[in-house]
Design a protein around this ligand. Sequence first.
Ligand SMILES: Cc1cc2nc3c(=O)[nH]c(=O)nc-3n(C[C@H](O)[C@H](O)[C@H](O)COP(=O)(O)OP(=O)(O)OC[C@H]3O[C@@H](n4cnc5c(N)ncnc54)[C@H](O)[C@@H]3O)c2cc1C
Length: 300
Amino acid sequence: MATPKLGYLLKLPKFDHLEAKTIEEACSLLAKYKDKARVIAGGTDLLVSMKGREISPQYIINIKAIPNLDGINYSQKDGLVIGALTTLAEIESSPIIGERFPILSSAAHQTGSPHIQNIGTIGGNLCNAAPSADMAPSLIGLEAKAKIKGLTGERAVTVEQFFLGPGVSVLKAGEILTEIQVPNPPPHTRGVYLKLPARTAIDIAVVGVAVVVTLDTKGVNIADAKIVLGAVAATPIRARQAEDIIKGKALDDELIQKAAQAAADEAKPISDVRGSASYRKEMVKVLTNRALKQATTQEG
Ligand SMILES: Cc1cc2nc3c(=O)[nH]c(=O)nc-3n(C[C@H](O)[C@H](O)[C@H](O)COP(=O)(O)OP(=O)(O)OC[C@H]3O[C@@H](n4cnc5c(N)ncnc54)[C@H](O)[C@@H]3O)c2cc1C
């Protein structure tokens, strides 16, 4: 999300609103107008950036009328598929997500206010490519993929690879994100997403930490672990050294502290109005510690 500036309160700049009825039409318009065009989904990020005059696209390509770009589907074989236009509220309230991917319900619940959750989409959250995007760490922890369509075909990249830098994703001119694919995690997998918001609970993250751990069949040692940090680098990042510290071992307080310190060391935060770099590193340590404890004491 763009930082609200004085322009936040200004009127929108002039633009042409074009409604695409198919994916192909949306891609053609994007390919034709290139930098002059932007997709709009919920508009909760885009319109704020336009009011703040950070961007002034001449053409807004509305994709909301394209069929089958929203919705949540689950199968035992393929796992979870979430359409790009699915709102955060739909994710939060989905029974199948609550039952099988509760970390995603929790992340959606922690993204903005209920108003934002009713309008904002998962696709917009990822395509905006903010390092603080609240849906990203949990999706990366679950090894989710982003399906992208363009005029020449489709491709899929991991959500981790989707982010290239602040506000920059792998999407090329003429491409849109169509769905997020989340594989079924192995048995005995638990996940926790914790966020430290800037001021109130509905603010964007100063730090976000997702922990996804899989216990071995005896439920004792950590068979696999993903620790993903948001808002502390140019993109959401895996704390791989911290993950290596706990893999194959039974967690105790000492090991958790060691992993939490390693995660803080791997963070590369900047200082801004929301918090200093050193504060963010300290908070990575606190949240990683807390998330690992919560994940390993969860039922399941
Ligand atoms: C008051 C407020 C509070 C917020 N709080 C949070 C928060 O706590 N955490 C958080 O992570 N975010 C927060 N946000 C940011 C925003 O609400 C979310 O990122 C939301 O999910 C964006 O979805 P959207 O559908 O509104 O995106 P839009 O604004 O429609 O689009 C965002 C960007 O993605 C592009 N885009 C959208 N969909 C596609 C697609 N399918 N294919 C290609 N490009 C696409 C658009 O062109 C645009 O560049 C907040 C915003 C506001 C205004």
